[in-house]
Design a protein. Structure first.
Length: 351
């Protein structure tokens, strides 16, 4: 049976494209097939926005014919923003080409990145400061039980550690910077990202409505982003989502009747969330030893609630706005970290 013929897989990289696997088949009529996934910034056109972040939609070339094929064996896209200089608080990173990002590619001993942990992180060492939110400087002082809990929470599988200093290793590869940067925890730092959308009011007669999302302007990079936040100890992701939306977007109802209506509509909104992504985030704060993971949950406003949230304009000092889910809106086009990918996944679910 040709379908059961054994196939050999190899993984290679090409300039501008990530050629994730070449299938060398023993079938005479099918000598080779290539799965190609475009880089993350081009993925609006070619990536399958599936709730499973490891499944990608690729063009399968067979002779002169093309068809769409999905595979769950495609290696993760190489992180880009985690190697960038987007965050002004970070020192220059060691520059690494795409092909040298995976830890499986040996470039030792030439790989010796600078180490950086922000003073604010060090000052909030929970073993020294009451109410501190950061891990101790020595990762070896963290208990086995705590590491086990983080590994269970992580969406990236089994954690790996540096045998010399006990630091955890970024599962997506090198970033050009060691230490923790601005992240409090060694290893995964967990966040929740509420994607709150509406259809733009006043377009009831239009055949094609404009989808908008709530976004905030980040104070650290100036980029627009989903209004997310860290998951506090003992807090569920859903609680974090509600807390962060309330804190970041604000309760804009300005009278008792509106406040009561707003409360009911908001409660309904947060009872019907859809998880669109869980896993690693290509975040400019990431380092070789600390990284962001998130649960992105989509909440779509009813028309009534959408009209009750007249957020401030983009240049307002509050930095909260409804922005169009459209590349022509520069704020959306340049969304922070992997947020654009998450929002596009949510948008697809509304189709």
């Amino acid at each position: 049976d040709d379908r059961k013929r054994q196939q050999d897989r190899v993984t290679i990289f090409m300039r501008g494209f990530h050629v994730s696997s070449i299938l060398l088949s023993t079938t005479p009529r099918l000598t080779s097939s290539v799965f190609i996934s475009l880089p993350l910034k081009s993925s609006r056109l070619y990536r399958d926005h599936s709730p499973n972040p490891h499944i990608y939609r690729s063009v399968l070339f067979i002779g002169h014919k093309q068809k769409m094929s999905a595979t769950n064996e495609t290696p993760p896209v190489v992180h880009v923003k985690a190697r960038s200089q987007e965050n002004p608080s970070y020192p220059p990173r060691l520059q690494i080409p795409d092909y040298s990002v995976p830890w499986s590619i040996s470039i030792q001993p030439s790989y010796n990145p600078p180490s950086f942990t922000h003073a604010a992180v060090l000052a909030n060492d929970r073993t020294i400061k009451e109410g501190g939110w950061a891990d101790p400087s020595d990762p070896k002082s963290i208990s086995v039980e705590e590491w086990s809990l983080r590994e269970k929470q992580s969406h990236e599988g089994e954690m790996k550690f540096n045998t010399t200093d006990g630091t955890p290793i970024n599962p997506r590869g090198r970033t050009g910077l060691s230490g923790r940067g601005l992240l409090g925890k060694w290893g995964p730092n967990f966040a929740a990202d509420p994607i709150v959308t509406r259809f733009k009011p006043g377009e009831d007669g239009d055949t094609k409505k404009t989808l908008q999302m709530v976004a905030i302007r980040r104070s650290d990079t100036g980029s627009w982003a989903i209004p997310g936040g860290m998951v506090d100890p003992g807090e569920t992701v859903s609680q974090t989502v509600q807390r962060e939306f309330s804190e970041e977007a604000g309760n804009l109802a300005d009278d008792p009747q509106k406040a009561e209506s707003f409360k009911k509509l908001t409660e309904q909104l947060f009872q019907n969330g859809t998880v669109v992504y869980e896993g690693y985030v290509d975040d400019p704060r990431n380092t070789d030893n600390s990284w962001m993971e998130t649960s992105a949950i989509h909440f779509h406003c009813s028309d009534e609630l959408g009209k009750m949230l007249p957020l401030h304009a983009g240049d307002d000092a509050v930095g909260v706005a409804w922005i169009d889910v459209y590349d022509e809106d520069e704020r959306f086009h340049c969304l922070y970290a992997s947020h654009k990918e998450m929002v596009l996944t949510a948008a697809k679910n509304l189709c």
